[in-house]
Ligand binder design. Sequence first.
Ligand code: MMA
Ligand code: CA
Length: 284
Amino acid sequence: MDNRYKPDASARMRKLYRLAGVSLGLLFILQAALNISLRLTFHVTTPDFKGIIKNLTEEREELKRELNISDAKTSDSETMIKNLTEESDEMKRKLNISDARTAHFKAMIKNLTEEREELKRKLNIFDARTAHFKAMIKNLTEEREELKRKLNIFDNYIQQRWVYFKHSFYYISSTTKSWQDSRNDCLQRGADLVIINSKEEQEFMRQFKQRTWIGLTDRETEGTWRWVDGTLLNTSYWATGEPNSYQGRDEDCGEIRFYGSENSWNDASCTSQKYWICEKTVAF
Ligand code: MMA
Ligand code: CA
């Protein structure tokens, strides 16, 4: 057996006291650590309510202030929207009026354009008529001048005792001459002894109721009667028994002798003195 495993009572007591002391020390340390730990925790997790409330109050005030501003802004915006809506309505109203006016003016322009076209058309007709009338006036003026000219000629003939019948003037002499002298007188008047080439003209000659030379002769060729313009005698109005070169005399010139009858002509001596009739054919 070992003595070391068999200590005396005092040693055992000393060991016990030492264990109690250590335990108490550890307990004290534990207590101190716990105390420190608890104090720290409490200190960290406790909020600053007063500060928070203060902040929140301030924030609320700030929000209220902002809300007031916002409300004012909203009010302003509403006013602006109202004003803009009114302006828009006013502009729409004006635009409608403007549209109505535009339509009115368009209609007016349409009418005026149509009227202008109508007036142009009428003006064209008027112009055509004016041109037509101008042409007519020109023609009539020309005709008037022509008629004046003819009237002058007419007047001159009438004043010199010429008579007008179917495109010719006739002049009956107031004295008697031979056939040739009679003819020369006519030629001096721009005429010649009368050439009778219609029944009407023959009738017309009878009205003078004179024995008169006419422009008929056969002095070139006996028996071949020609008018003073060289044409051969075609239709004749010899009196009964004429031409006869009476009793063998030289009767080579024609006269109106028996003016009471339609067949009034006679062949007579060209040197005998007789009245005469000149004829001047005119172009109208
Ligand atoms: C006249 C003379 C003639 C004519 C006879 C007709 C006497 O002569 O005029 O030319 O033929 O009359 O009787
Ligand atoms: Ca005769």
